[in-house]
Design a protein around this ligand. Structure first.
Ligand code: HEM
Length: 441
């Protein structure tokens, strides 16, 4: 079978070019080869990028039985566990997804907005004029705390810190999953595999202790955090989730939800600070009427121009016609989020950061895909959007920041996400007092 044309050269070099500058490289390949192109990645197999919204809609809707998405994430199983929604496919994936979705519905997430603002206010309270901050690192601390409180339902500062230490130690050693299983073996205390196993055991012990305590909690039926809702959830056969499943989903939500959101926040602030007038325009809108519409538009425009995930991924288990090409089984199809969202026919002047485009009217579906789509669409999308708008609301209304570097951070690959290379360093130039809560509502 003939695959769509794409960049030539050794797979190792193409993979290196992508890893060094994922955004620029994909944009260059798109310009050269058009909406459908093939890239033979080293270690990841042959991938076909698709940047046409109609073809992506065809792929993500209708019968999904010949497409796998969980399999591509299976290298994360040692951390996330076999019950994680991210690594499952087929009926097992649907069961977990049906249990997970209700706690993340918009109406539930609205209840977390005050909590998100409170966490953001406490962060900004610690900022001092003249201080240098790396925004991505500060935002990571903040989004961790939000997940801990809203998803895990843990608010006691001592337990939050204990979870932070144990869980970030596991997530930060995720690169060990990229080396072969033999090298990963637990060969004792000083081996990398041994250290990883120890960290994982420590994190699991804390997670299982939280789950056990919550099962016993007298107020379980009144609690609104995601873990408590999951403990009360039942599938179609009336079965609840096991401790193992709960542990796997808790760590999955943390892994999928905290760095991604922190990176999006760092990108948003960088774009606001580097686009003349935008930071002040948002601050004025918040001061005038709360700024809901502009905050939402800024979040959407950030995720359009700087999506944190470059592409969704589906592996074909049977031959399938995609964007006019007959593709064989085994090929990975990448709906190219980053490329669709830079199409000049959908977004005039696509390289410009212009939140107005989202104030002026709706966007065609499958033209804005930062959270992917179909039966694998991001479970935490509404929570992430609430975090983006509420944290930005607090930061822009209270802090004045100046970028440290002359030029915007290049976009690089961090794990599987696109991230600003230096984490967006800024200097705090002014910090205002907290605004009264009604003015922020
Ligand atoms: C700005 C922040 C975020 C971005 C850009 C993002 C993006 C994505 C993308 C692109 C996918 C894959 C969709 C697909 O394959 O079609 C995904 C899946 C997922 N995300 Fe997010 N995400 C974010 C935040 C979150 C948060 C806050 C949570 C939970 C607390 C979360 C939980 C998940 C889960 C569980 C999945 C797997 C869904 C499935 O396989 O059925 N994400 N996300």
């Amino acid at each position: 079978m003939v695959l769509p044309p794409g960049p030539r050269g050794p797979a190792a070099l193409l993979t290196l070019a992508f890893a060094a500058r994922p955004l620029d490289t994909l944009v260059r390949w798109h310009r050269r080869y058009g909406d459908v192109f093939t890239v033979p990645f080293l270690g990841f197999g042959t991938g076909v990028y698709v940047a046409d919204p109609a073809a992506i809609r065809d792929l993500m809707t209708g019968d999904q039985s010949d497409l796998l998405a969980g399999e591509a994430n299976s290298f994360l199983t040692p951390i996330l566990g076999e019950g994680s929604v991210l690594v499952l496919d087929g009926p097992e994936h649907l069961r977990q997804r049906r249990l997970l979705l209700p706690p993340f519905q918009g109406s539930r997430v609205a209840g977390f907005r005050a909590l998100i603002r409170e966490v953001a206010e406490r962060e900004v309270d610690t900022w001092r004029p003249g201080q240098r901050l790396v925004l991505r690192a500060r935002m990571r601390a903040l989004t961790f705390e939000i997940i801990c409180r809203a998803v895990f339902g843990v608010t006691d500062p001592v337990r939050v810190e204990r979870l932070r230490t144990a869980l970030t130690a596991v997530l930060d050693s995720a690169s060990i999953l990229l080396v072969g299983e033999t090298l990963r073996r637990d060969l004792g205390r000083w081996s990398p595999g041994g250290r990883f196993a120890r960290r994982l055991r420590a994190a699991d012990a804390l997670l299982y202790a939280e789950i056990a305590a919550r099962r016993r909690a007298g107020d379980l039926d009144e609690r609104e955090d995601v873990l408590s809702l999951l403990l009360r959830a039942r599938d179609e056969e009336g079965r609840g989730m096991t401790d193992r499943e709960l542990r796997d989903e808790l760590i999955t939500m943390l892994a999928a939800g905290h760095e991604t959101t922190a990176t999006a926040l760092a990108f948003a602030l960088e774009l606001l600070l580097r686009t003349p007038g935008e930071y002040d325009r948002l601050r004025s809108a918040v001061a005038a009427d709360g700024g809901d519409a502009r905050l939402d538009a800024v979040a959407r425009e950030t995720l359009r121009l700087r999506p944190v995930i470059d592409a969704a991924e589906r592996t074909l288990t049977r031959p399938r016609r995609v964007a006019g090409w007959e593709l064989p089984a085994g090929v990975k199809v990448y709906p190219a989020i980053v490329l669709v969202q830079r199409r000049a026919d959908l977004y005039p002047d696509p390289e410009a950061f212009r939140p107005e485009r989202f104030l002026e009217g709706g966007v065609e579906s499958y033209a804005w895909l930062p959270f992917g789509g179909g039966i694998r669409r991001c479970v935490g999308a509404a929570l992430a959007q609430a975090e983006l708008t509420e944290v930005l609301r607090v930061v822009v209304s209270r802090a004045e920041l100046t970028p440290v570097r002359a030029a915007a951070d290049p976009v690089v690959l961090r794990g599987i996400t696109l991230a600003p290379r230096h984490g967006v360093p800024v200097t705090v130039t002014r910090v205002g007092a907290r605004l009264p809560e009604p003015a922020l509502a």
